[in-house]
Design a binder for this molecule. Structure first.
Ligand SMILES: O=P(O)(O)OC[C@H]1O[C@H](O)[C@H](O)[C@@H](O)[C@@H]1O
Length: 286
């Protein structure tokens, strides 16, 4: 977890939020990627030790922002450009009257984004850290004179104590599309979803509250609450694919699970001047 230490980064590249009593968050301006969220000193996000920090490649872990496209994209890089652009700090970290810490980041269209996706837009990303929660709200503004369409997702890499003792709850009865079987649709029958191989699934019409639990030591128990994110992607590359990715630790798959809230199955269309707000709240239950 060495690379989740804020001292390792040039101060101009990161924003550090400190709620006190070991509750902190670290955001890299490359992609506005949250690379650490600790509750009472316990790290809840997985960040690959092999991740490259060259301000070009997407950061491998934490919470990359996927926009304006989830998955392979004929117009540009996989998962869009938001995770590989440098974001601006619109409002630097400040404490509110409760002592909670809030920071706002923005990303606007520029020559590079317009060359691949010819729309003027603004993304406003608000992160709030309370003693037990990390709230991330993304608002997509159409700043153009024409309508635009997009998909988006928060690619959250949860750090788990041990993948063998990790379970996701809340997806029972849903239909998922299995990306490893040409998108074959399957009904999830399990109350507790455990992962023991390469998973890449998109669950449809998910409830607003899910639970990710892994124990026993160091125990983690996170509630995930979403707003306007009806789809949930569950991904773990497992052993072979982890080895094939140069920026993924060979054994990293044992200590992570991606549970990614998104709006990816049916794209959003925004008319000129309209906006779309979506949000994930991670609640530390311990
Ligand atoms: O390697 P990346 O571009 O970061 O994508 C990592 C993964 O993201 C999502 O979870 C997708 O469903 C996977 O298909 C993809 O492999």
């Amino acid at each position: 977890m060495a690379n989740q230490d804020p001292k390792l980064y040039p101060p101009g590249d990161i924003v550090f939020l400190d709620r006190g009593e070991g509750t902190t968050a670290l955001i890299h301006l490359h992609g506005a990627t949250i690379i650490s969220w600790k509750c009472n000193g316990v790290e809840n996000l997985y960040l690959s030790q092999s991740s490259v920090f060259d301000n070009k490649k997407a950061i491998r872990g934490g919470v990359p922002v996927v926009f304006p496209n989830f998955g392979p994209w004929p117009l540009g890089p996989q998962h869009g450009f938001a995770r590989i652009k440098r974001w601006s700090i619109a409002v630097p970290p400040r404490k509110d009257h409760n002592g909670d810490v809030i920071v706002l980041f923005t990303l606007d269209a520029d020559d590079e984004t317009l060359a691949m996706w010819n729309y003027k837009f603004k993304l406003v990303y608000t992160i709030v850290l309370t003693p037990t929660t990390l709230m991330s709200t993304l608002v997509v503004h159409n700043k153009d004179t024409k309508s635009l369409g997009f998909t988006c997702l928060l690619h959250t890499y949860f750090r788990v104590a041990n993948i063998e003792t990790t379970a996701i709850e809340g997806l029972q009865g849903l239909i998922f599309s299995d990306k490893l079987k040409d998108g074959k649709e399957v009904k999830e029958t399990r109350k507790q979803i455990t992962v023991d191989k390469n998973y890449d699934r998109v669950y449809k019409d998910a409830p607003k509250t899910l639970f990710i639990s892994s124990g026993p030591d160091p125990a983690r128990n996170i509630e995930l609450v979403t707003f306007n994110f009806p789809d949930i992607v569950v991904w773990n590359p497992w052993e072979q694919k982890a080895k094939e990715m140069s920026d993924f630790d060979d054994d990293g798959y044992k200590e992570m699970i991606c549970v990614e809230p998104g709006k990816v199955i049916v794209p959003i269309t925004l008319e000129a001047g309209q906006q779309y707000e979506c949000k994930q709240t991670l609640i530390c239950k311990l």
